[in-house]
Design a protein around this ligand. Structure first.
Ligand code: SF4
Ligand code: SF4
Length: 232
């Protein structure tokens, strides 16, 4: 007697099938994210690129990555054609990123009622240190967390933003905070975009390994998607 279709035995091939190999590189990122309107300018791709062939345009409100090598022009990458995929692995706007990050962090994707994401609880808080409180925009909580992490040897530095020049400019620029003074100088909201992830190069150069990242939600999505997709 032949087994019915619903009772057909699972074959060895089906049980051992590997996930499809990740091949997407700059060419796909350029088409699907950078030029499609999805790019947030988070610079995750720039800091992840192992061959340093991505630049970042922060002039005239552009805030987008671009490909530097002349070999294949702005829309393709020779390293990518030879197998490099770091930029698409690091991009928190590439393909099914939200489900991948939720699954990596929480073991499940968010439900339809969890528009703001998965959370255990929601708190309204502010710093108790009066100096941190007065420097902060909405109570200095982020500054207090950073300072606690530094004081308790949890981080070597934080990737933050400062105001360009002597502080009278509106333009925000990425930078490193390693001390209480630098945390205080970086406190408060910015009204121009700053890809704080770009301070990563200075952190590495300065020997900092354990880093905090302060940034918009688009930027804070970079570390988990890099971990989920093993971007290195
Ligand atoms: S494919 Fe690799 S080398 Fe090319 S831009 Fe992406 S990360 Fe950089
Ligand atoms: S990683 Fe960020 S900057 Fe790079 S393409 Fe994706 S969204 Fe844009």
């Amino acid at each position: 007697m032949q087994p019915s279709a619903s009772l057909a035995p699972v074959t060895a091939t089906e049980t051992t099938r590997k996930p499809e190999r990740w091949r997407a590189q700059w060419a796909e990122l350029f088409t699907e994210v950078v030029t499609s309107g999805l790019c947030t300018g988070c610079a995750g791709c720039v800091v992840a690129c192992p061959h340093d062939v991505l630049g970042y345009d922060d002039t005239n409100g552009v805030y987008r990555p671009f490909h530097l090598e002349e070999e294949l022009g702005p829309s393709d990458c020779g390293h990518g054609q030879r197998g490099c995929t770091s930029c698409t692995r690091a991009c928190p706007r590439f393909r099914d990123w939200e489900t991948e990050v939720d699954t990596y962090l929480f073991g499940r994707s968010r439900g339809p009622e969890e528009i703001e994401g998965v959370s255990k609880d929601v708190f309204l808080a502010r710093a108790t240190d009066p100096e941190l409180h007065s420097h902060g925009q909405d109570g200095g909580l982020v500054s207090a967390i950073l300072l606690w992490c530094l004081d308790n040897d949890r981080i070597d530095a934080a990737l933050v933003s400062f105001l360009e020049g002597d502080g009278t400019s509106w333009k925000a620029i990425p930078g490193l905070a390693r001390t209480r003074e630098e945390i205080l100088a970086s406190a408060g909201s910015r009204y121009t975009y700053s890809a704080n992830t770009l301070a990563y190069a200075a952190a590495v150069e300065g020997g900092a390994e354990r880093l905090a990242l302060v940034g918009m939600s688009c930027q804070s999505s970079v570390p988990p998607i890099m971990r989920a997709r093993k971007a290195g």
